[in-house]
Design a protein around this ligand. Structure first.
Ligand code: ZN
Ligand code: ZN
Length: 241
């Protein structure tokens, strides 16, 4: 293994995605200086969906989106704001086959898991699925890679593919919050063969980016309909719509 790593290191020397410095730490492809440029999401935020809030608010604050739409997940948390070099890393993983960045991005998720949830919170880790044709087109599901990376953490939970996307929904990128909700309504279902991994289980649902939480909520709705006890959501990054 060490020999293989050595050979790979010669062929593909590691460098920081942000500044290009060789052999960055603490992450395989992100140096400390570039990491420090990013913005972690911390209190205050909406206790339901984790959307950052500004100003003086109390611990029970729920944002207007959550008050109006009652998301199906128990809570959602994101580790960082979607911006700068982190946004670039996520786009590279998602659209330019930079699979080697999955380890770096899973490290953010691991940090989020430790920050936001107690050690023994989950039985199962699952992820937001792609529709089969998009999965075939891209060749991989970036959220699945992140979930598998998270599954290697010291905290133990089984990583299972539980959900399928039954409707090839349009890209959410240019939609408003309410259009996003309509766009993904009923778009997910639990695989028949995965019901045993869902019923009565405490589930951590993983994705790369969260915007309104509409997609995560619809996934949670399908998981709850199949008997999940709890569904919490963790994403690497959060965009502010
Ligand atoms: Zn750097
Ligand atoms: Zn909220």
């Amino acid at each position: 293994m060490h020999l293989l790593q050595g050979i790979l290191g010669l062929l593909f020397p590691r460098s920081c995605v942000g500044c290009g410095v060789a052999d960055p730490t603490p992450l395989p492809h992100l140096c400390r200086d570039c990491l420090m440029e990013l913005h972690p999401i911390c209190d205050p935020f909406c206790r339901r969906c984790g959307r950052p809030a500004w100003g003086l608010i109390d611990g029970d604050y729920e944002c207007s989106f959550c008050r109006e739409t009652r998301p199906a997940f128990d809570s959602a948390r994101s580790v960082m704001l979607f911006e700068g070099v982190l946004a670039e890393m996520i786009r590279m993983l998602k659209y330019r086959s930079a699979l080697w960045l999955a380890t770096d991005l899973a490290a953010f998720l691991q940090h989020g898991w430790e920050t936001f949830f107690p050690a023994d919170s989950f039985d199962i880790i699952t992820y937001v699925p792609l529709h089969a044709w998009r999965r075939r087109l891209r060749g991989y599901n970036q959220a699945a890679l992140l979930a598998r990376g998270l599954g290697k953490s010291d905290r133990r939970a089984l990583v299972r593919s539980c959900l399928i996307r039954t409707v090839p929904t349009a890209s959410q990128t240019r939609l408003t919050a309410s259009q996003r909700l309509t766009n993904v309504r009923g778009a997910f279902a639990v695989r028949i063969s995965s019901r045993k991994w869902v019923e009565g289980k405490r589930i951590l649902l993983v994705d790369d980016v969260m915007t309104t939480g509409a997609t995560a909520s619809e996934c949670a709705r399908a998981l709850k309909a199949a008997g999940a006890q709890k569904v919490h959501v963790l994403t690497v990054a959060r965009t502010l719509y």
